[in-house]
Design a protein around this ligand. Structure first.
Ligand code: ZN
Length: 261
């Protein structure tokens, strides 16, 4: 898929992709860090952008979800609306290019703020993907912690259950980090550890404004890593990275993957 893309990149960007590819080729530990801009090319809107989900729905905070049936129903209505954009979303050339780095042994891990499961769908195994905000294609019981698939939960909704529950009676909730909910400790720690050990750290499609995501490139820099940023808008690390590319993720990543040996 990635190989069929013929990116029209400026000579300046191609000089950057060449540098990044050389660094990846020589690296021991390559981390790719992805945010919403990674998935927009798959047709998934940036939920925080104008016209995104939060223009249409009021966010349901975690405490409200746990204490109010009305809030739970509201939450699931929002999630079902979100499904319209998610159900047909497929990995784009950018995802496939990262998967290509994995297949050729050049990828240590992906750290992602995305909840869409598209890195898994691109063929990268679960254990190589650290999800800082969870994954909305899994659903978890808030009491016994059991996981069920999105499809199983959706079946319950479509059968008329407006706020489905686990067999144990606990509230089922997509396995993502809601507003007001604590960040996943294990994932956050693992992301920090990997960032501190990386020698190439590539940010794709994130403005790096949300914590703890915003800390990870700093850890990588502290460790002496080469930092590259591929993002359409400014980030707090633009002055500190070695390479900055203002372009869509797909064609840039395809060009990088094609150059890595
Ligand atoms: Zn349960």
């Amino acid at each position: 898929m990635a190989k069929e893309t013929t990116p029209v990149l400026t000579p300046e960007i191609q000089a950057h992709t060449r540098t990044i590819a050389e660094k990846i080729t020589a690296a021991r530990s390559v981390i790719v860090f992805t945010g919403a801009g990674m998935s927009t090319e798959s047709g998934i809107p940036d939920y925080r952008s104008q016209g995104g989900l939060w223009d249409k729905f009021t966010p349901v905070y975690f405490d409200a979800f746990m204490s109010s049936e009305t809030a739970r129903i509201q939450y699931w209505e929002m999630r079902m609306d979100m499904e319209k954009g998610l159900k047909n979303a497929r990995p784009n050339p950018g995802h496939m290019s990262i998967a290509q780095l994995y297949e050729t042994g050049h990828l240590t891990a992906v750290i992602t703020q995305n909840i869409d499961g598209l890195h898994q769908a691109s063929g990268i195994p679960d254990e190589k993907i650290i999800e800082l905000h969870g994954n909305t294609r899994r659903v978890r019981c808030m009491s016994c912690r059991t996981l069920i698939s999105w499809d199983a939960a959706q079946q319950m909704i479509l059968a008329g259950d407006k706020a489905p529950r686990c067999d144990c009676g606990g509230y089922l909730k997509p396995d993502t980090i809601s507003f007001g909910q604590a960040m996943p400790e294990k994932e956050t720690r693992r992301a920090a550890e990997l960032s501190l050990k990386s020698d190439v750290f590539i940010v794709v499609g994130s403005t790096l404004l949300v914590q703890p995501a915003a800390l990870m490139p700093g850890y990588a820099l502290d460790a002496g890593a080469f930092l590259a940023i591929i993002n359409l808008s400014p980030t707090p690390y633009d002055d500190r990275c070695q390479v900055l590319i203002r372009e869509k993720a797909g064609p840039v990543l395809a060009d990088i993957a094609a150059r890595v040996r």
